[in-house]
Ligand binder design. Structure first.
Ligand SMILES: [Zn+2]
Length: 262
């Protein structure tokens, strides 16, 4: 048995030994944020974790095949979910707890020599906290450059989803039909209702936290019967390619005090 060659590995921290991590000498860290919460009668509670983990596996593997040295951290499975608290087992930590967790993780990245960190968010309850966390980090010394993304969609490519939904609809169902079809209850796919606002203009002109038991009483919203694994694969392939391109660029650009400016 040869012990001399370092095998090619995609950069998934959980699958690497300490010697492999040292040899890999990562340039950038990718932290996926998932969630564990109800997703209607047809999808598993781990839907957000499965989706963001697969997205990051695809993107980081591709980025590293194209010259990046991106190190993928394990997915955070419990994040912000107070709007879901009237459903059972919508797992959550508080806003300030999530902020502090992210600050601690990023601070350790700095200690380990990492100067660029990308949060990849897979859960709709997190953006406000992510924005605030980046603001907080920007005011601290000895912190890497940090950005967050959902993973972007390429310009000029039509999005394959017919029925828009921000939770448990055709989009997420299609992704899960591709990622983990064994966990999708296809016999329970239906058109789940959305709660109606008394003041329809409210969401256009203001922001508020929607109580999810009123907004999506079945814990998922929208028509799901047009979902397909092909649509899910198309979404993940396009989104992961965009994310991979970003990681390649971020990894290649040397860090200094002015990063990311010239
Ligand atoms: Zn979801």
């Amino acid at each position: 048995m040869s012990t001399t060659s370092v095998p090619a590995f995609p950069g998934f921290l959980e699958e690497m030994t300490v010697e492999q991590v040292r040899a890999f000498d990562p340039e950038i860290v990718v932290l996926p944020l998932g969630s564990t919460e109800p997703h209607g009668p047809h999808l598993p509670l781990g839907t957000d974790c499965f989706q963001v983990t697969r997205l990051c596996h695809m993107a980081v593997r591709s980025a590293n095949e194209n010259g990046a040295r991106a190190l993928l951290y394990p997915t955070l499975p419990i994040t912000n979910n107070v709007n879901f608290r009237h459903f059972p087992f919508a797992l959550r930590v508080g806003v300030r707890t999530l902020m502090q967790m992210l600050i601690d993780i990023v601070s350790q990245c700095w200690d380990d020599g990492i100067r660029k960190v990308v949060f990849v968010n897979g859960h709709g309850g997190n953006p406000a906290t992510l924005d605030a966390t980046l603001r907080e980090i920007a005011g601290m010394d000895n912190m890497p450059f940090v950005c967050w993304t959902w993973g972007a969609w390429p310009e000029g490519v039509e999005y394959p989803i017919e029925h828009a939904s921000d939770h448990g609809g055709e989009d997420e169902t299609s992704r899960m039909l591709w990622i983990r079809p064994d966990l999708v209850r296809q016999d329970r796919m239906t058109n789940n209702p959305f709660g109606q606002l008394r003041i329809p203009g409210l969401l256009k002109s203001a922001k508020f936290v929607r109580p999810w038991h009123l907004y999506v009483p079945e814990s998922a919203g929208g028509e799901t019967r047009a979902s397909s694994a092909e649509k899910g694969q198309t979404i993940l392939a396009n989104t992961s390619t965009q994310l991979s391109n970003l990681l390649v660029e971020l990894s290649a650009e040397p860090w200094d005090e002015r990063f990311p400016y010239v």
